[in-house]
Design a protein around this ligand. Structure first.
Ligand SMILES: Nc1nc2c(ncn2[C@@H]2O[C@H](COP(=O)(O)OP(=O)(O)OP(=O)(O)O)[C@@H](O)[C@H]2O)c(=O)[nH]1
Ligand SMILES: [Mg+2]
Length: 333
């Protein structure tokens, strides 16, 4: 749960509409003295409906508007005319939003698809008009049902996290390859940029039947915060991970600079991203000999300051267990 711009948890107050009253009315017309009952039904109260919207990525729009009230149903009237239904109110939410009853903390439902609609609080039924109550013994009932009142409920909207660990790196850094060796996921891998266009998830099996979820996220490039490359699309997926694993290839021209660029893009998109735990992995380390690695370590100790880093190779399966250990530790701190 976080505060500020990156809102993924919010409480809102809902009220559905009252049902309209059924009408008590006796038909009157010239020359007809004893008209029967003709009072119409009340309209239904408005529902509160939650609707998925694939273009939303946070719940930030509920930060200031927290009260949602559906309209009341109109009362029935003469000539068996039914009152209009109350207006429904819609809460649009990003996909992956879980809706809970705040008081009991019970999950009411989850929204996973675009345009999916679910009623969270139903409007009260309209009352039936008096013509329904006509019987052989009572030809002119002076009775109609009242409408059922609407209800109130406070719910908590919560955006589910994507994964425990999110992979952050330039295109071609080896993110998908790493996911494929750490999990049973089979993402597309290729030696060109932006091979990955959507996040891929995989489960990392850890010692003794424990596990965590890792997300392979499309690469980001310098200028991503202004929308370059896949820009915000990648960055907003990065938001939804508990910890971040930065991946920088060993053959990068300047590892420290690449790290700074990545960090800077995250900072400019949302400074709170830097509050997440992070770890740096130098990927494709099979391309380095020991001597070169030792030289790089001297530089990295200086440049990366206190951020933990390690050398890995997905192809040669080097440093993978150590990486799992370090991630597990970060996740369980
Ligand atoms: N030598 C070596 N090459 C690797 C290693 N891991 C990945 N590669 C190669 O690097 C290239 C890019 O790998 P991907 O896993 O597709 O990279 P990515 O970061 O997912 O790239 P995008 O999806 O475009 O962001 C491929 O040609 C891989 O074979 C490694 O450990 N060692
Ligand atoms: Mg990829």
């Amino acid at each position: 749960m976080t505060e500020g711009n990156f809102v993924d948890y919010v409480k809102v107050n809902l009220a559905s509409g009252n049902g309209g009253k059924g009408s008590v009315h006796l038909h009157r017309e010239k020359y007809i003295t004893k008209g029967g009952p003709d009072g119409g039904d009340g309209g239904r109260g408005g529902h509160v409906i939650v609707k998925g919207n694939k273009n939303l990525w946070t719940l930030v729009h509920y930060k200031f508007k927290k009260h949602f009230k559906a309209g009341h149903g109109e009362h029935g009237s003469k000539n068996r005319s039914t009152g209009a239904d109350g207006a429904d109110v819609y809460l649009e939410v990003p996909l992956g939003t879980v809706i809970r009853d705040t008081e009991t903390n019970e999950v009411i439902f989850e929204i996973t698809e675009d345009q999916e609609e679910k009623i969270v609080l139903a409007g009260g039924k309209g009352g039936r008009g008096n013509w329904h109550f006509k019987s052989p013994t009572n030809q002119t009932p002076r009775y109609a049902q009242p409408g059922i009142p609407g209800e109130e409920l406070q719910v908590t909207l919560e955006l589910k996290v994507l994964a425990d660990v999110g992979l952050v790196g330039f295109p071609n850094a080896g993110k998908s390859t790493l996911l494929s060796v750490m999990t049973s996921a089979k993402p597309k891998i290729a030696d060109y940029e932006f091979t990955t266009l959507k996040p891929n998830l995989g489960i990392v099996e850890y010692r003794d039947f424990r596990s965590f979820v890792m997300a392979d996220i499309p690469g980001i490039i310098e200028g991503a915060a202004e929308g370059k490359g896949l820009g915000h699309y990648s960055l907003r997926h990065i938001e939804r991970n508990a910890t971040l694993l930065f991946l920088i290839p060993a053959d990068s021209n300047d590892i420290s600079k690449e790290y700074e660029i990545l960090l800077d893009e995250l900072r400019r998109y949302n400074p709170e991203l830097l509050d997440k735990e992070r770890l740096v992995a130098i990927s494709k380390s099979d391309m380095l000999d020991e001597e070169l690695q030792a030289e790089m370590k001297v530089e990295l100790d200086k440049d990366l300051e206190n951020v933990p880093y390690l050398f890995i190779s997905s192809v040669a399966q080097q440093g993978i267990q150590e990486l799992k250990d370090q991630l597990w530790e970060l996740l369980n701190e």
